[in-house]
Ligand binder design. Structure first.
Ligand code: AMP
Length: 114
């Protein structure tokens, strides 16, 4: 059995507040939100990070972007804008080794990140 917490969320072994699901991806509220809207969008298939994106699975990334646009509209972020973040590896601040995109919005976000 996988030790990956996001695989367990996909399988329903760990509870989550899901906001979207289809055959390829799941989106759920981040447990430690950094903005009024903070949603994680993940592929159901285990992919460790963006470093594992290849010709076989890159269609999932474009699909994730379509889903993010849909969620951004549903959550009222579309007009004022939002941010999509992917952290990769130790220096990138990745803490969960299952590909995920943060969708952040609902306040003015600062740049550059810390
Ligand atoms: P990252 O640091 O980019 O790997 O992001 C991992 C994110 O997963 C963090 O923002 C955590 O707050 C979030 N997270 C960890 N465990 C859970 C969980 N069980 N449910 C929802 N979000 C989680």
């Amino acid at each position: 059995m996988s030790d990956c917490i996001f695989c367990k969320i996909v399988d329903g072994e760990i509870p989550s507040e899901k906001v979207y699901e289809d055959d390829k991806v799941v989106a759920f509220n981040d447990v430690n939100p950094q903005s009024p809207v903070h949603i994680l969008v993940i592929p159901k298939r285990h992919i460790s990070s963006v470093k594992e994106i290849d010709d076989d699975n890159s269609h999932l990334v474009s699909h994730i972007h379509l889903v993010i646009n849909k969620i951004a509209k549903d959550k009222g972020l579309y007009e004022k804008g939002f941010r999509i973040v992917n952290n990769c590896g130790e220096d990138g601040g990745q803490t969960v080794n299952h590909l995920h995109y943060h969708l952040l919005g609902g306040r003015q976000l600062k740049w550059p990140p810390g």
